[in-house]
Design a protein around this ligand. Sequence first.
Ligand SMILES: *Cc1c(COP(=O)(O)O)cnc(C)c1O
Length: 225
Amino acid sequence: MDIANNIKRLAGCVETARLKSPLAAKEVVLLAASKTQPASAIEEAIGAGISDFGENRVQEAENKWPGLKKKYPGVKLHLIGPLQTNKVKQALALFDVIQTLDREGLAEAVAGVRDSGFGIQEKEFYIQVNTGEEPQKAGVAPEKADGFIEFCRKLGLPVVGLMCVPPVGQPPAPHFALLREIALRNGLGKLSLGMSNDFEAAVRMGSTCVRIGTALFGERAVIPA
Ligand SMILES: *Cc1c(COP(=O)(O)O)cnc(C)c1O
Protein backbone atom coordinates (compact mmCIF):
# COMPACT_ATOMS: atom_id res chain seq x y z
CA MET A 1 0.00 0.00 0.00
CA ASP A 2 1.56 3.23 -1.14
CA ILE A 3 -0.52 6.26 -0.27
CA ALA A 4 1.43 8.72 -2.41
CA ASN A 5 1.11 6.46 -5.44
CA ASN A 6 -2.60 5.96 -4.84
CA ILE A 7 -3.11 9.70 -4.69
CA LYS A 8 -1.25 10.25 -7.92
CA ARG A 9 -3.27 7.55 -9.67
CA LEU A 10 -6.58 8.83 -8.25
CA ALA A 11 -5.82 12.41 -9.28
CA GLY A 12 -5.16 11.12 -12.79
CA CYS A 13 -8.47 9.22 -12.88
CA VAL A 14 -10.34 12.30 -11.62
CA GLU A 15 -8.78 14.44 -14.33
CA THR A 16 -9.51 11.89 -17.07
CA ALA A 17 -13.16 11.63 -15.99
CA ARG A 18 -13.40 15.40 -15.75
CA LEU A 19 -12.18 15.94 -19.30
CA LYS A 20 -14.72 13.42 -20.60
CA SER A 21 -17.87 15.19 -19.48
CA PRO A 22 -19.39 18.58 -20.32
CA LEU A 23 -21.17 18.47 -16.93
CA ALA A 24 -17.91 18.13 -15.00
CA ALA A 25 -16.73 20.88 -12.65
CA LYS A 26 -13.62 22.91 -13.41
CA GLU A 27 -12.05 21.85 -10.14
CA VAL A 28 -12.57 18.70 -8.12
CA VAL A 29 -11.23 18.41 -4.57
CA LEU A 30 -9.82 15.02 -3.69
CA LEU A 31 -10.91 14.65 -0.07
CA ALA A 32 -9.25 11.84 1.88
CA ALA A 33 -11.81 9.99 4.05
CA SER A 34 -9.49 9.23 6.94
CA LYS A 35 -11.75 7.45 9.44
CA THR A 36 -9.84 4.68 11.25
CA GLN A 37 -6.55 5.87 9.71
CA PRO A 38 -3.66 6.68 12.04
CA ALA A 39 -1.95 10.08 12.06
CA SER A 40 1.02 8.58 10.21
CA ALA A 41 -1.14 7.70 7.18
CA ILE A 42 -2.75 11.15 7.27
CA GLU A 43 0.67 12.80 7.31
CA GLU A 44 1.70 10.69 4.35
CA ALA A 45 -1.35 11.94 2.44
CA ILE A 46 -0.58 15.55 3.40
CA GLY A 47 2.97 15.04 2.15
CA ALA A 48 1.54 13.84 -1.16
CA GLY A 49 -0.51 17.01 -1.56
CA ILE A 50 -3.89 16.27 0.05
CA SER A 51 -5.30 19.25 1.92
CA ASP A 52 -8.90 18.15 2.60
CA PHE A 53 -9.76 15.34 5.00
CA GLY A 54 -13.08 13.87 6.07
CA GLU A 55 -13.87 12.22 9.38
CA ASN A 56 -17.11 10.47 10.34
CA ARG A 57 -17.07 10.71 14.09
CA VAL A 58 -16.52 13.78 16.22
CA GLN A 59 -14.99 11.71 19.01
CA GLU A 60 -12.45 10.00 16.76
CA ALA A 61 -11.53 13.33 15.16
CA GLU A 62 -11.01 14.90 18.59
CA ASN A 63 -8.52 12.19 19.44
CA LYS A 64 -6.63 12.48 16.18
CA TRP A 65 -6.81 15.97 14.78
CA PRO A 66 -5.97 18.77 17.23
CA GLY A 67 -2.23 18.03 16.95
CA LEU A 68 -2.38 17.55 13.19
CA LYS A 69 -4.26 20.81 12.69
CA LYS A 70 -1.66 22.68 14.69
CA LYS A 71 1.14 21.12 12.67
CA TYR A 72 -0.61 21.60 9.29
CA PRO A 73 -2.71 24.77 9.55
CA GLY A 74 -3.54 24.70 5.84
CA VAL A 75 -5.50 21.47 6.14
CA LYS A 76 -9.30 21.65 5.91
CA LEU A 77 -11.22 19.16 8.04
CA HIS A 78 -14.69 18.06 6.91
CA LEU A 79 -17.28 16.23 8.99
CA ILE A 80 -18.82 13.63 6.65
CA GLY A 81 -20.68 11.53 9.24
CA PRO A 82 -23.87 12.25 11.18
CA LEU A 83 -23.76 15.02 13.78
CA GLN A 84 -25.65 14.70 17.06
CA THR A 85 -27.14 17.91 18.37
CA ASN A 86 -25.29 17.58 21.68
CA LYS A 87 -21.93 17.43 19.86
CA VAL A 88 -22.40 20.63 17.84
CA LYS A 89 -19.96 22.75 19.85
CA GLN A 90 -17.25 20.09 19.80
CA ALA A 91 -17.71 19.66 16.06
CA LEU A 92 -17.59 23.39 15.33
CA ALA A 93 -14.45 23.77 17.43
CA LEU A 94 -12.61 21.29 15.21
CA PHE A 95 -14.18 21.05 11.75
CA ASP A 96 -13.92 23.65 8.98
CA VAL A 97 -16.68 22.11 6.89
CA ILE A 98 -19.83 20.29 8.02
CA GLN A 99 -21.17 18.20 5.13
CA THR A 100 -24.03 16.57 6.99
CA LEU A 101 -26.67 19.12 7.97
CA ASP A 102 -29.86 17.08 7.64
CA ARG A 103 -32.56 18.24 10.04
CA GLU A 104 -34.06 21.39 11.47
CA GLY A 105 -33.08 20.66 15.06
CA LEU A 106 -29.43 20.35 14.05
CA ALA A 107 -29.49 23.51 11.93
CA GLU A 108 -31.04 25.39 14.86
CA ALA A 109 -28.41 24.06 17.25
CA VAL A 110 -25.64 25.27 14.90
CA ALA A 111 -27.28 28.66 14.42
CA GLY A 112 -27.75 28.88 18.18
CA VAL A 113 -24.00 29.14 18.78
CA ARG A 114 -23.44 31.56 15.89
CA ASP A 115 -22.32 34.35 18.19
CA SER A 116 -20.15 32.19 20.45
CA GLY A 117 -16.84 32.53 18.62
CA PHE A 118 -16.93 29.37 16.50
CA GLY A 119 -16.47 31.40 13.32
CA ILE A 120 -19.55 29.96 11.66
CA GLN A 121 -19.53 32.54 8.87
CA GLU A 122 -16.08 31.33 7.78
CA LYS A 123 -17.12 27.69 7.73
CA GLU A 124 -18.90 25.82 4.95
CA PHE A 125 -22.07 23.82 5.35
CA TYR A 126 -23.45 21.15 3.03
CA ILE A 127 -26.87 19.62 3.29
CA GLN A 128 -26.95 15.85 3.13
CA VAL A 129 -29.75 14.48 0.97
CA ASN A 130 -30.98 10.90 1.35
CA THR A 131 -31.45 10.46 -2.40
CA GLY A 132 -32.35 6.78 -2.04
CA GLU A 133 -34.83 7.53 0.79
CA GLU A 134 -33.26 4.72 2.83
CA PRO A 135 -34.71 4.58 6.35
CA GLN A 136 -31.37 3.72 7.98
CA LYS A 137 -29.49 6.52 6.23
CA ALA A 138 -29.04 10.12 7.31
CA GLY A 139 -30.07 12.99 5.07
CA VAL A 140 -33.11 15.06 4.28
CA ALA A 141 -35.62 13.46 1.86
CA PRO A 142 -35.28 14.82 -1.70
CA GLU A 143 -38.76 16.37 -1.69
CA LYS A 144 -37.95 18.19 1.56
CA ALA A 145 -34.57 19.48 0.37
CA ASP A 146 -35.72 22.83 -1.09
CA GLY A 147 -37.56 23.70 2.11
CA PHE A 148 -34.67 22.67 4.33
CA ILE A 149 -32.15 24.68 2.30
CA GLU A 150 -34.39 27.72 2.70
CA PHE A 151 -34.71 27.00 6.43
CA CYS A 152 -30.92 26.90 6.87
CA ARG A 153 -30.43 30.08 4.86
CA LYS A 154 -32.99 31.92 6.96
CA LEU A 155 -31.00 30.90 10.03
CA GLY A 156 -27.98 32.59 8.42
CA LEU A 157 -25.93 29.44 7.88
CA PRO A 158 -23.49 29.62 4.95
CA VAL A 159 -24.81 26.70 2.92
CA VAL A 160 -22.51 26.03 -0.05
CA GLY A 161 -23.60 22.68 -1.41
CA LEU A 162 -25.15 19.26 -1.15
CA MET A 163 -23.81 15.85 -0.24
CA CYS A 164 -25.16 12.33 -0.74
CA VAL A 165 -24.25 8.68 -0.30
CA PRO A 166 -26.20 6.63 -2.87
CA PRO A 167 -27.67 3.23 -1.91
CA VAL A 168 -25.29 0.29 -2.11
CA GLY A 169 -25.98 -1.98 -5.07
CA GLN A 170 -27.75 0.60 -7.23
CA PRO A 171 -26.27 2.50 -10.16
CA PRO A 172 -25.17 5.79 -8.58
CA ALA A 173 -25.66 8.06 -11.61
CA PRO A 174 -29.40 8.74 -11.12
CA HIS A 175 -28.71 9.70 -7.49
CA PHE A 176 -25.90 12.00 -8.54
CA ALA A 177 -28.14 13.54 -11.19
CA LEU A 178 -30.93 14.12 -8.65
CA LEU A 179 -28.52 15.85 -6.26
CA ARG A 180 -27.18 17.99 -9.07
CA GLU A 181 -30.69 19.06 -10.04
CA ILE A 182 -31.58 20.04 -6.46
CA ALA A 183 -28.32 22.04 -6.18
CA LEU A 184 -28.88 23.83 -9.48
CA ARG A 185 -32.42 24.92 -8.73
CA ASN A 186 -31.30 26.23 -5.33
CA GLY A 187 -28.23 28.06 -6.59
CA LEU A 188 -25.74 25.85 -4.72
CA GLY A 189 -22.34 25.48 -6.37
CA LYS A 190 -20.77 22.55 -4.53
CA LEU A 191 -21.53 18.86 -4.84
CA SER A 192 -19.89 16.34 -2.51
CA LEU A 193 -20.34 13.22 -4.59
CA GLY A 194 -18.42 10.04 -5.14
CA MET A 195 -16.46 7.49 -3.11
CA SER A 196 -13.87 4.85 -4.02
CA ASN A 197 -16.26 2.79 -6.11
CA ASP A 198 -18.12 5.50 -7.98
CA PHE A 199 -16.03 8.67 -8.01
CA GLU A 200 -15.51 8.71 -11.76
CA ALA A 201 -19.26 8.67 -12.41
CA ALA A 202 -19.57 11.40 -9.76
CA VAL A 203 -16.97 13.59 -11.46
CA ARG A 204 -18.73 13.17 -14.80
CA MET A 205 -21.95 14.38 -13.11
CA GLY A 206 -20.34 17.54 -11.75
CA SER A 207 -18.89 16.53 -8.37
CA THR A 208 -16.71 19.24 -6.82
CA CYS A 209 -15.53 16.99 -3.96
CA VAL A 210 -14.92 13.26 -4.12
CA ARG A 211 -14.54 11.52 -0.74
CA ILE A 212 -12.07 8.69 -1.09
CA GLY A 213 -11.08 6.28 1.67
CA THR A 214 -10.28 2.74 0.58
CA ALA A 215 -8.76 3.55 -2.80
CA LEU A 216 -6.43 6.06 -1.15
CA PHE A 217 -5.44 4.48 2.17
CA GLY A 218 -6.19 0.80 1.47
CA GLU A 219 -8.80 -1.37 3.19
CA ARG A 220 -10.01 -0.09 6.56
CA ALA A 221 -9.81 -2.11 9.74
CA VAL A 222 -13.32 -3.00 10.96
CA ILE A 223 -14.82 -0.01 12.77
CA PRO A 224 -15.77 -0.95 16.31
CA ALA A 225 -19.45 -0.29 17.07
C1 LIG B 1 -16.01 6.23 4.57
C2 LIG B 1 -16.72 7.22 3.76
C3 LIG B 1 -16.27 7.56 2.48
C4 LIG B 1 -15.12 6.84 1.79
O1 LIG B 1 -15.52 5.55 1.45
P1 LIG B 1 -14.60 4.60 0.52
O2 LIG B 1 -15.58 3.68 -0.11
O3 LIG B 1 -13.67 3.90 1.46
O4 LIG B 1 -13.90 5.45 -0.43
C5 LIG B 1 -16.94 8.56 1.79
N1 LIG B 1 -18.01 9.19 2.33
C6 LIG B 1 -18.47 8.90 3.55
C7 LIG B 1 -19.65 9.64 4.09
C8 LIG B 1 -17.86 7.89 4.29
O5 LIG B 1 -18.34 7.57 5.49
